[in-house]
Design a protein around this ligand. Structure first.
Ligand code: IMP
Ligand code: MG
Length: 184
């Protein structure tokens, strides 16, 4: 599967944006950037559901670069349509770990308006984390509503609806090993 290839799945046309190799190369570089920071007592929080594959790949790459860490999960939902998040964020599942006085990396799939990750960051800061960094797989800066940026970023992506590598459209396509743009 190469960038630009077309896949027809369930009546949709999906164009490959980043293939498996491009993703793996980028994740490795991100892991090196994080490893270079020498975080101590690091807690990595994957924001579900969209980041689960990215987080899993990132963790295993971090291990290869010698990073020791703890992992936790937070599931957030934003009210609104399926294609765009609203201002209202709800915690569906909270982390169990204490964040007090330790560095935390929040891992998410896409930074778009920024509301979801800003909510999570504010919450973790309020609970006393020593430092909160944002590691985001894709940045779509075109629709930003909150002044927030990723500290560790996979790709800058055009304002198109993407699926795969954990990301869905109406609960489908999370399992695609590549990132694709839904054309129709
Ligand atoms: P925001 O930054 O609060 O606007 O929310 C970003 C979230 O919206 C992401 O974590 C995704 O769950 C979802 N999202 C935004 N754009 C896309 C997309 O292109 N495909 C799939 N989900 C998306
Ligand atoms: Mg999400």
């Amino acid at each position: 599967m190469n960038s630009g290839d077309i896949c027809k799945l369930d009546g949709h046309v999906i164009r490959v944006l980043y293939n498996e190799q491009q993703i793996a190369d980028r994740v490795r570089v991100l892991a090196q950037e994080i490893a270079a920071r020498d975080f101590e007592k690091l807690l990595v929080v994957s924001i579900l559901k969209g980041s689960f594959i990215f987080a899993a790949d990132l963790l295993r790459s971090l291990y290869k670069y010698g990073v020791r860490l703890e992992m936790d999960f937070m599931m957030l939902a934003s009210y609104g349509s399926n294609l765009e998040s609203s201002g209202q964020i709800q915690i569906l599942r909270d982390i169990e770990s204490s964040v007090r006085d330790r560095p935390v990396i929040l891992v998410d799939d896409i930074l778009e308006s920024g509301r979801t990750i800003a909510f999570a960051k504010d919450l973790i800061v309020a609970r006393g984390a020593a430092e909160v960094s944002l590691c985001v797989f894709l940045d779509k800066p075109g629709k930003r509503a909150v002044n927030i940026n990723a500290d560790f970023l996979g790709f800058n992506t055009p304002d198109l609806f993407v699926v795969g590598y954990g990301m869905d459209m109406s609960h489908s396509f999370r399992e695609l090993p590549y990132v694709g743009v839904v054309e129709t």
